[in-house]
Design a binder for this molecule. Structure first.
Ligand SMILES: [Zn+2]
Length: 301
């Protein structure tokens, strides 16, 4: 009889949902540069993107200077839509500058510049910083200088564990929407299959590095592809056994206190960074599908 509670305990443990935080970067709109960047288009895209996200604790990371043509008031109206959906906003720098190409002081000034717009929208200083391009500094001096700056300004770093090339799909999707709805639908299908493969990849790599499941942090971008795909994307994530949690809750897991062992010019998942610090090699991500790469290459010709 004494076995019974143990059996129940195991059953409950097995049924524990996985956890994931959805983080959406490059607000007000990014990753599909071909799309219209006027206020009406951005409002419509944002409304569609946010509708299924209510109650998911998702977060938006803002570049207040990304789309200057919508003006201060335009930006504030978009940010109010995010806040109205119950989602938190974080700092992603004013204009998404490349820390590998500019002096640290110039880069940190761009972070501070973003605070004003965020403070105006939310009434408080942002808590989280998400590195533009996920670049954290090409050498030790830059990396530690930036880390120190963020600490001094009371920022918590928002890491990414499930990194991916959604921006690449978003670019070819925006082109397809203009001329070929059948092709656009095909791209959305391919995107879902691709994203599921990235989840599988980082679940396995994460477990190898951290030794157990931990709350994952997904990075995607604010664009039409994700607006049109969100219900399907949420369903795919749900069928993998995930519940949605806040960034604050996810970061309480000890995995997020592992050292970041990567210094260099790439923007990579924190799972790779922890692997480097621990001496546990992680393989490269699954490649983007050939047909998407081909559309992308033809586009840039
Ligand atoms: Zn970004």
């Amino acid at each position: 009889m004494r076995l019974l509670p143990l059996v129940f305990t195991i059953a409950i443990a097995a049924a524990q949902p996985r956890q994931v935080v959805i983080t959406i970067d490059d607000l007000p709109r990014g990753g599909d540069n071909a799309s219209a960047n006027d206020l009406v288009s951005i409002r419509a895209m944002t409304a569609k993107l946010l509708k299924p996200l209510k109650g998911t604790h998702a977060m938006g990371f803002v570049n207040p200077g990304r789309v200057p043509q919508i003006g201060e008031d335009g930006l504030q109206s978009i940010l109010r839509m995010w806040l109205g959906a119950g989602l938190e906003l974080g700092n992603h720098s004013h204009t998404h500058r490349n820390i590998n190409q500019i002096p640290l002081a110039e880069y940190t000034a761009d972070i501070l510049k973003a605070e004003t717009a965020l403070q105006q929208a939310t009434g408080k200083r942002p808590v989280y910083y998400r590195h533009a391009f996920l670049f954290t500094g090409k050498d030790e001096a830059t990396k530690s200088g930036l880390a120190q700056f963020l600490q001094q300004h009371n920022y918590t770093v928002a890491p990414v564990t499930i990194d991916n090339s959604d921006w690449l799909f978003a670019a070819v999707y925006a082109d397809a929407l203009k001329k070929d709805t059948a092709q656009a639908a095909k791209i959305r299908q391919t995107y879902l299959v691709y994203m599921a493969s990235l989840f599988a990849f980082f679940e396995s790599a994460g477990k190898k590095v951290a030794g157990e499941d931990f709350p994952q942090i997904l990075l995607i971008h604010a664009n039409q592809l994700n607006a049109d795909s969100m219900p399907d994307l949420l369903q795919m994530i749900g069928t993998r056994g995930y519940e949605f949690v806040s960034l604050e809750q996810a970061l309480r897991h000890p995995a997020y206190r592992l050292a970041d062992g990567y210094t260099g010019t790439s923007g990579i998942s924190w799972i790779h960074r922890w692997g480097k610090a621990k001496g546990i090699p992680t393989p490269g991500e699954p490649p983007e599908p050939k047909e998407i790469m081909e559309l992308f290459r033809n586009r840039s010709k």
